[in-house]
Ligand binder design. Structure first.
Ligand SMILES: [Zn+2]
Length: 253
């Protein structure tokens, strides 16, 4: 039996048993990072706020094709506060917030995508892992792994929330790739596949062994490279309760 067939059979059994999960979601709230006078990071004339919106709109279309309910925190080049973004998700019952961002570093050779989550359930981590794995399967860049992180937009969202740093636009090749419709579509499709693959497993408490959720370990050689915060204008700040300095995005180990 193929994987899809197995999943469908188990979903049927789970539905009959009335199974469910605390991480279950029916609607994906898509959050294009930044917007309006908040440009995010900007390199080589590529602005983060434009890329996040372009990828988010494509992600919305792909998820709808898969039959997943969606909502957008912004559709235009407008400013939306972090609180408003979380509140929008919090108003939607059984929602998953997906926040789309792009990264930057003064070490311009750094590239790759990574996923962050906050909610302390195995289900939320598995959603982030599924998206990360799906990106790793089809995006020709480095998988930087899945990390638990207390970004404000994640912490203030009551349901599961995943923030995806799709790539480094400070890396000229990567930034130029994602400035094209093809690059944006590839990201959208990969993220959507990650969501669709994990959704029945999360919603019906199926064993995650149904799919392979491998977080790729970071290589030591690049893990400790500094992220240039002076170039970053990312307002995805830590909440006040954290003792970690707001500017420190990467964990220094
Ligand atoms: Zn950002």
């Amino acid at each position: 039996m193929c994987l899809v067939g197995k999943i469908h059979s188990l979903v049927l059994v789970a539905v009959l048993l009335g199974a469910g999960s605390a991480s279950a979601f029916e609607t994906v709230v898509i959050d294009p990072g930044h917007g309006g006078n908040d440009e995010g990071t900007k390199w080589y004339h590529v602005r983060e706020k434009d890329l996040t919106l372009a990828v988010a709109k494509r992600l919305e279309r792909v998820l709808q094709i898969y039959g997943v309910n969606t909502m957008m925190t912004r559709r235009y080049n407008t400013y939306v506060s972090l609180d408003e973004r979380s509140e929008m998700a919090n108003r939607v019952e059984n929602s998953l917030l997906l926040s789309i961002h792009f990264n930057a570093s003064s070490a311009q050779f750094i590239s790759g995508f990574e996923s962050f989550y906050d909610f302390q359930t195995e289900g939320c981590r598995n959603i982030a892992s599924s998206i990360q794995q799906s990106l790793a399967e089809s995006i020709p860049s480095r998988s930087r792994g899945v990390t638990k992180q207390d970004f404000a937009v994640l912490v203030r969202t009551t349901g599961c929330a995943v923030l995806i740093e799709c790539g480094f636009i400070s890396n000229k090749a990567e930034g130029q790739r994602y400035a094209t419709p093809e690059g944006q579509q590839a990201l959208a499709e990969a993220i959507a596949r990650g969501v669709v693959r994990i959704k029945p497993i999360i919603n019906y408490d199926l064993p995650t062994s149904m799919i392979t959720l491998g977080d790729k370990p970071r290589k030591k050689s690049t893990h400790n490279l500094p992220v240039d915060n002076s170039k970053k204008t990312d307002p995805v700040k830590k909440v006040a309760v954290t003792s970690t300095p707001a500017k420190t995005k990467k964990k220094k180990t």
